[in-house]
Write a new protein. Structure first.
Length: 297
């Protein structure tokens, strides 16, 4: 069972100096935090009133700033599960990994923080901050003990609202959280960057690959789709009515239709919509070709 048990290493103690945070009497308020984020992201030199931090109903095209503010206000209606990096996509390492093997994982992944587990990924023991590994790489010590370098993991439920998590990230001075699923197992991770992207859109850094778009139209009634795309988003984009009661994503629906891990180029069908597997990564469904046929009368 995952939990927020304290670790003994002194380096694992989190600081709680919140002097730079907007405060209400005795506590941090979400609205003040969002106001501060809005001012920083837009480079606004003046204070923004709470009345301005509203989506509004002004006519005309929405500006980038208005779109960002709408993203801020929408955080309360979304939870961690909707935007987290799922378990199958998380780069994590065993606490017994060698220094050389760890360096290779870091080089391949390009992440600044790596979850570390004992025996299985359902037993996350800590988070490695890659920058703290640099002295070990430079001096190549005879004995390398990864466990002594770990920071205490912060666990959150997948149902936690994003606005609440944003406040906790700021209060705890954290950038990454491990997500606990409904059964108490490891469900994935979520980062501060993931939440900020909900406000300002995708943030590219030097480690980001030029990924294929989430959905790409390849024919009159055909789409190439990332399996992680939500069914609700696809329905809106393609004008379909795929069921989203039992599963949330295209990949979830496809797995449900096949009843197994499909192979490349295999096809399945739901009513007038066909699904062809374009790409598989390990056991994870990556991209799907979806073709919509005229509905039978």
């Amino acid at each position: 069972m995952l939990h927020n048990a304290p670790l003994q290493d002194e380096r694992l103690t989190m600081t709680s100096d919140n002097s730079d945070l907007p405060q209400s009497p005795g506590r941090l308020t979400l609205r003040n935090l969002l106001l501060k984020i809005k001012n920083r992201l837009t480079g606004s030199p003046r204070e923004t009133s709470t009345g301005e931090l509203q989506p509004g109903d002004r006519s005309g095209p929405e500006t980038a700033e208005q779109e960002m503010i709408r993203g801020v206000m929408g955080l309360a209606s979304k939870n961690v599960r909707e935007i987290m990096i799922p378990r199958v996509d998380v780069v994590a390492v065993s606490s017994t990994i060698s220094l050389n093997a760890l360096v290779k994982v870091i080089d391949d992944a390009g992440h600044s923080r790596i979850p570390v587990y004992n025996e299985t990924i359902d037993n996350i023991s800590g988070i490695l901050y890659v920058k703290e590994l640099l002295p070990f790489i430079a001096h190549k010590p005879r004995k390398f003990e990864l466990r002594k370098m770990l920071h205490r993991p912060y666990f959150v439920p997948e149902t936690m609202p994003l606005d609440d998590l944003l406040v906790e990230f700021k209060r705890r001075r954290l950038h990454l959280s491990c997500v606990v699923d409904e059964y108490g197992g490891f469900g994935g991770i979520i980062t501060l960057e993931d939440i900020i992207e909900e406000i300002v859109g995708d943030i590219k850094d030097e480690f980001d690959d030029d990924e294929a778009p989430e959905i790409r139209k390849i024919g009159r009634n055909s789409f190439e789709v990332d399996s992680r795309m939500t069914l609700s988003d696809f329905n809106e984009e393609a004008g379909t009515n795929l069921p989203a009661d039992e599963v949330d994503t295209i990949g979830g629906l496809v797995f449900d239709l096949f009843g197994k891990i499909p192979k490349k180029n295999e096809t399945a069908r739901f009513e007038n919509v066909s699904f062809k597997i374009k790409e598989i990564k390990g056991t994870r469904l990556a991209r799907v070709i979806i073709t919509i046929s005229p509905a039978e009368k």
